[in-house]
Design a protein around this ligand. Structure first.
Ligand code: UT7
Length: 335
């Protein structure tokens, strides 16, 4: 799918993210699982992850991140809410309408997108479609997940990886040439490989790690190339890739395939783990706050997840204001 060069484009004008307060270091998992800090660090790059308290819902995380993004954008005049999540609070209804209502956006279009760890990129594409078809002028896009609830308590292959968090952006109608305008979107799926990472109804997550790893590297490398090419850039022009944070070794392998060295790869998996659909907006918020992502940078967002699903898009990073009031309550904090 490509964005039209004429007519409205979707432009990022706000960004926010939150993490649960509770940090769980590898050492804490070693007390419960047959694993070591060394194995987790060297095989995944993760040192600790944030885990939401039992009373914190996906809706709570989404509302907190969205509040930050709305403050950053300086507007509450939002016409649609798109929530990417793998962990909706109910089988039905979707979680997005509750998020919208909690934000005082009653009456606006609101729906969930289920594309697992690619969910945020799929949600950006859906939101950009709402803007380019003039269905909505401003759209709130949230990625929120409580992935930590999906593995079995005794599964050492999945429990160290998955964690909780939320991130959000506000998209407004603008022009394709201004900073913050989303470039062409590339999306794909292959359901023939759904068993590589699956949570059966009423069951726990099952993962075929090494096979999934190979698909992740191949798909993220290919989709990054495609999105960069459609944007009219060369890989050498890309200042930052912001990959879904599944495993530091996957990000490194994608970097090797594309000749994008470590200082052009945004990575925050060390202290957040794999937060599903929240992963990319969380990485954006942390990299932007920390100064590794700066206005004018040519950025490629690239994701891969269960399904299988994959997706990528480009953006020239805009000059965004941080939210005025840090979100801080007993359950979670601004990143
Ligand atoms: O977000 C969606 C996308 N997610 C992904 O793409 C995840 C992709 N996969 C991965 O990140 C990696 O495959 C894992 C991190 C899941 C596993 O790393 P690996 O290097 O592929 O390890 P492996 O599964 O090949 O296992 C190597 C060894 C095995 O032992 P043997 O058979 O060699 O004796 C495992 O049983 O490591 C063992 N092992 C562990 N040992 C200590 C597996 N998990 C653990 C553990 N602690 N937590």
């Amino acid at each position: 799918m490509t964005s039209p060069q004429t007519g409205p484009a979707a432009v990022i004008c706000g960004l926010g993210a939150v993490l649960p307060h509770r940090a769980v270091p590898n050492e804490e998992l070693c007390a419960e699982l047959d694993t070591t800090d060394e194995w987790i660090r060297t095989r995944t790059g993760i040192r600790e992850r944030r885990i939401a308290d039992a009373g914190v819902s996906t809706e709570d995380l989404a509302v907190a991140a969205a509040t930050q993004a709305l403050e950053s954008s300086g507007t509450n005049d939002v016409h649609a809410v798109v929530l990417a999540t793998t962990t909706p609070d109910h089988l039905m209804p979707a979680t997005a309408p509750s998020v919208a209502a909690r934000l005082g956006l009653t009456g606006v279009a609101a729906f969930d997108v289920a594309a697992v760890c690619t969910g945020f990129v799929y949600a950006l594409a859906a939101a950009a479609g709402l803007i380019t078809t003039q269905t909505a002028r401003t759209v709130l896009v949230v990625g929120a997940d409580r992935m930590s609830q999906l593995p079995a308590a005794d599964d050492r292959t999945t429990r160290p990886l998955f964690a909780d968090g939320a991130g959000a952006v506000v998209l407004r109608s603008g022009t394709a040439t201004e900073p913050g305008a989303l470039g062409p979107m590339v999306l794909g799926s292959d359901g023939a490989h759904r068993d590589l990472l699956i949570v059966p109804h009423g069951g726990h997550m099952k993962m075929q790690g090494p096979n999934l790893f190979r698909h992740a590297v191949d798909r993220m490398s290919a989709v990054t190339r495609q999105a960069v090419q459609l944007a009219g850039w060369r890989l050498a022009d890309v200042d930052r890739i912001v990959p879904h944070q599944a495993n530091a070794r996957i990000t490194a392998a994608v970097g090797r395939h594309l000749t994008i060295d470590a200082d052009r790869r945004v990575q925050n998996i060390e202290y957040v783990g794999n937060t599903g659909a929240a992963s990319i907006p969380l990485a954006l918020a942390q990299a932007s706050a920390g100064g590794t992502l700066r206005p004018g940078h040519r950025v490629c967002l690239t994701a891969f997840g269960a399904g299988l699903t994959w997706g990528a898009t480009t953006v020239t990073w805009p000059d965004l204001k941080p939210a005025a009031h840090p979100h801080h309550d007993t359950a979670m904090e601004r990143t």
